[in-house]
Design a protein around this ligand. Structure first.
Ligand code: GDP
Length: 295
């Protein structure tokens, strides 16, 4: 992962702490400054960084370690806890409750939406669900063939019609088709042609009204870093049933910025994309993520 750089920088801050002879105020402040620098380099919003590191510093200076733990261990625990909270605290897994559960994915072209739909379909199939995928992208006829190519080897059916120009009709027809097919999950991929979030969200609303999805999933490109905040916020305001996939975290030094920006909106990140292959999707769990980041 390209977040390795952030992980390394955070680690070296904590190692400095581990190596220091005494843990006084100056040591704590130095460690906090190193953490600040590491996060800012990963494109985390400066205001968020200051809030986070202020909390870490305050806790590190004021709290007594619990019985059996050293001051150093306790500070490391504080950093771990605060970073986890910073990324959303608890894992919020995707729930498949009803049969069929209908999921609608939206996202700006190039964000990795189509790839993510295929990855998600495969992820659910591996967990025993029968999945149908609907392509309602009327802007990019290639999306339908892309999905078929990615999913047919796994026996996952894709519904679509590259000739049809009405996205709402395509989505509706596809969902109806799979309702008759005894699938557990229907994933609808929508167009991402709008450069403006408003157009994207308007189409999302129309498709949403037609197919009544259980959940709308926004796909955000992790390489945009902290700009992900506005995208996630616009989306969250438009729909009460949102969750987010942040993609391309393997290729971007700004991944920390994107993840923390999305988490700051309160929209749950449920998956992260960590590569171009169909299996490169991970369920997002802040605790596990931070443990791995800190090694
Ligand atoms: P869409 O226009 O949003 O549907 O985007 P696509 O799904 O076609 O993806 C755009 C490009 O991003 C493709 O080259 C994908 O292989 C690539 N991509 C998608 N997700 C990831 C990811 O998690 N990591 C990497 N490295 N590339 C990705």
């Amino acid at each position: 992962m390209a977040l390795e750089k952030l992980g390394k920088a955070l680690n070296s801050a904590l190692k400095k702490l581990a190596r220091s002879k005494t843990v006084d105020e100056a040591t704590i402040k130095e460690v906090v400054r190193d953490i600040q620098r590491a996060l800012i380099q990963a494109d985390v919003n400066v205001r968020l960084v200051l809030q986070l590191t202020k909390t870490i510093e305050k806790r590190a200076l004021e709290e007594e370690p619990p019985a059996g733990a050293s001051k150093k261990e306790h500070i490391i625990q504080i950093v771990y806890e605060e970073l986890t909270k910073f990324l959303g605290k608890e894992a919020k897994p995707l729930e498949i409750k009803e049969k069929p559960t209908v999921l609608l994915t939206v996202g700006i072209q190039g964000s990795g939406k189509t790839t993510s739909v295929a990855k998600l379909a495969r992820h659910l199939q591996k967990r025993g669900y029968k999945v149908g995928v609907v392509c309602s992208d009327t802007w990019r006829p290639g999306a339908y063939y892309q999905l078929k190519q990615l999913l047919e080897p796994y026996g996952i059916e894709v519904s679509g019609d590259p000739e049809e120009k009405d996205a709402v009709k395509l989505a509706y027809k596809g969902v109806e088709y799979f309702r008759g097919k005894d699938v557990d999950v229907i994933i609808v991929d929508s167009a991402g042609r709008h450069k403006e979030e408003s157009g994207l969200i308007e189409e999302m609303k129309q498709i949403s009204q037609a197919i009544k999805p259980h959940e709308v999933i926004l796909v955000i490109d992790g390489t945009i870093g902290q700009q992900a905040y506005n995208q996630a916020l616009a989306f969250k305001e438009a729909t009460p049933i949102g969750s987010i996939i942040v993609t391309k975290l393997d290729g971007s030094a700004k991944g920390g910025g994107a993840l923390s920006a999305v988490a700051a909106t309160g929209a749950p990140i449920k998956f992260i994309g960590v590569g171009e292959r169909i299996d490169d999707l991970e369920a997002f769990d802040p605790k596990r993520f931070v443990s791995r980041l800190l090694g």
